[in-house]
Design a protein around this ligand. Structure first.
Ligand SMILES: [Ca+2]
Length: 282
């Protein structure tokens, strides 16, 4: 960032290419999304304002070319990726003028792969990381939860206590989180879907004892997952599909005792992505 403007610099071995995004400054306290791509000698940068008066405005991408000859960026497994600053001990390209950053960053991707900003090898300064960064809203009828909020939906009007079916997508690096929760007023009947050490955990009780299962693999790898839970009386099946790879994991569990119905009343809510801080939960 130079005087609030985002600069993208690259060198594939034949000289520095540089492009500045000219249309917005980003040091206004609002969240922005920066997209930088390089194809051969050509570098392109776009800045999407996510908040403030320009929120939602589509960017006009800015491009430039670096000097000719080399077009391949040689990066191997020993290369470091620095985010928000460079260690003083590392030799940086002369063209890069700044080596620190003050502010918040989140939702970082390299070549389409998410980078967990708390999964670092070394850290300097007292930054604890930002828990929340805003999302661009996309499909209608979709709620995006960013780590602070939760969503409560009313029980569907037509409710068959003997069967449950729910599908949603999630994407997270968090190892412990609540994906879905519902319970009757007396808390005898309940159902929850959680991440525990990154593994998907289902728990439910229809009034006569718990059924519980935990996935073998972790699903907090920052990739989009599609989760489907379907219950027929005492048996619940949870399927988690990695949307990119298509890899599927299925867990099945049966609850104890004779009860077969999840007797949620019409006014009771189903929670996604967290719970209100006031209340009694099981
Ligand atoms: Ca029941």
């Amino acid at each position: 960032m130079r005087k609030g403007k985002v600069n993208f610099l690259w060198d594939v071995g034949s000289g520095v290419g540089r492009v500045e995004y000219p249309h917005h400054t980003i040091h206004d306290g609002n969240w922005h999304r920066i997209e930088a791509s390089r194809n051969g000698l050509n570098g392109t940068i776009s800045v999407y304002p996510l908040e403030g008066s320009m929120a939602g405005m589509m960017p006009t991408p800015a491009s430039a070319n670096s000097p000719t000859t080399f077009t391949i960026l040689d990066v191997d497994q020993n290369a470091y990726l620095f985010v928000g600053g460079i260690l003083g001990t590392v030799k940086k390209a002369d063209a890069v003028r700044t080596n620190t950053f003050t502010g918040c960053m989140g939702e970082t991707f390299l070549d389409g792969k998410p980078i967990g900003l708390w999964n670092y090898r070394e850290r300097h300064g007292d930054c604890k990381g930002c828990v929340v960064s805003p999302q661009r809203s996309d499909a209608e009828g979709t709620v995006q939860l960013d780590g602070e909020g939760y969503s409560a939906v009313g029980r569907p009007t037509r409710w068959n206590p003997n069967v449950s079916s729910v599908t949603f997508k999630f994407r997270t690096f968090s190892s412990e989180s609540l994906l879905m929760y519902l319970a009757t007023e007396d808390m005898k009947d309940f159902m929850s879907l959680e991440l525990s050490e990154g593994k998907v955990k289902v728990n439910f009780d229809l009034g006569s004892g718990v059924g519980s299962a935990l996935s073998a693999s972790r699903h907090n790898d920052g990739h989009w997952k599609s989760l489907t839970m379907s219950r027929n009386k005492k048996t619940a099946t949870v399927t988690v599909v990695d949307i990119d790879s298509g890899a599927e994991e299925k867990i099945v569990t049966t609850s104890q005792g004779p009860a077969t119905g999840l007797n949620l009343k019409e006014h009771q809510k189903i929670y996604f992505g967290g719970l209100p801080t006031i209340g009694n939960y099981r």
